[in-house]
Design a protein around this ligand. Sequence first.
Ligand SMILES: C[S@@+](CC[C@H](N)C(=O)[O-])C[C@H]1O[C@@H](n2cnc3c(N)ncnc32)[C@H](O)[C@@H]1O
Length: 455
Amino acid sequence: MAQVLSLTATLCAAETHKASSKPLKLAKTSRETKTKTPIYNPRKGSGSSFNKIRKQNLEVSPHRAVSAVRLMRIELGGAFADLLNEKGKGSGDNEMGYVERTLGFRTRELEDRDLRLVTDIVGGTIRWRRYLDYLICSICHDDSTFRHMEPLLVQILRIGFYEIIKLDMPHYAVVDENVRLAKVALRPGAGNMVNGILRKLALLKESNTLPLPKVEGDERAQARALAILHSHPVWMVRRWTKYIGQEEAIKLMTWNNSDPSFSLRANSAKGVSRADLVMQLNSLKVPHELSLHLDDFVRIQTGMQIVIQAGLLKEGLCSVQDESAGMVVSVVNPQPGDRIIDCCAAPGGKTLYIASQLSGQGMVSAIDINKGRLRILKETAKLHQVDGVITTIHSDLRIVAEKNPVKGDKVLLDAPCSGLGVLSKRADLRWNRKLEDMEQLKNLQDELLDAASIS
Ligand SMILES: C[S@@+](CC[C@H](N)C(=O)[O-])C[C@H]1O[C@@H](n2cnc3c(N)ncnc32)[C@H](O)[C@@H]1O
């Protein structure tokens, strides 16, 4: 029998809230079919012939090679832009394996400085993709030339454009290094092409005559121009312009394109206070500020790699958690002895914070439909020493609510959301979301809200 609980329901859902002269010549190859470079396919690496390759190229700049391969993996293989392991060396310990299988050679191992550049270049290149592609097309004078480029050539060009335009790196170095990468990883002709295009870009930048669109014409034309200038999908620009006006939409896009900042939560359940965390950050020389709103939180703008490499996350001494997530938990206001239902709990950021405030008394029932994410929650709960006050329930919330309702004093519903509120942190997300997703999400959120409130 379905029971009506005495509930304080908290809904958290983000957003339900041309350049001059002749076209450059390119030997036409279809991007999908005629590449010399293998398209990203991690399984290829398990073949013995691939495993035997052990060529090392010490002339190619490692951070560019790794960035180009990571970008291919993200675009063609669906990996996330922020994939990093505890050592900060990409997904798994096998980043150089991906480089070898994709480019046909290894580079020297990445140093910390290279890793920082990879993070910066990969995130920035993804974020600025529409803008960069517009410039590349304009310089090639021809959309079809661009469309037929090999995937790796596209990534090398995007990297070069990003380095020149957004990172203001010295042009000669950017041109030389990217030309070398294209020659070694593809063929001499590709290097010549990168040379021609990047040099042209450098000239246009120096003369302040980048071929960018003007924001003029009807609403649709203006949205298209803004979408290029601020590198967002057109539908997002139109949607935000409609709801908050062009000026605010531009501010929002500028914020989405700014460097993300992160916050860390000291894990009080393991006896780590914010003062302890601050001492650790001071000893690691990671600049930080105290959160103005939450006692356990510290903000950092840079130095995440250092925190990762020092093992603070791996040891469960602190977690990376947005203050906005922490503030949702302060609305729930967990008290020792509370029975709290976290309806869409995995991977567990809020569950763990809630659990850490129960001082060992009470229970959080963590429900989620995704088994893998729930497994992460369980593992992290152990690491954070809060597993004693967490029960996981692998199920669709709508089914639990109907067939086997859970009793609780407080309910948190952190329903799946568009993610449009975290575009500065998730650089790839803007290109993966569609307008149709918004409608589907809204319906799911409605159903989950009903389920959470009638259990
Ligand atoms: C925004 S995330 C939750 C984040 C989590 N609260 C945290 O702080 O780490 C939304 C979660 O809802 C889960 N979900 C989606 N549909 C669901 C359903 N029908 N029943 C239960 N969980 C669902 C997803 O698997 C996902 O883990």
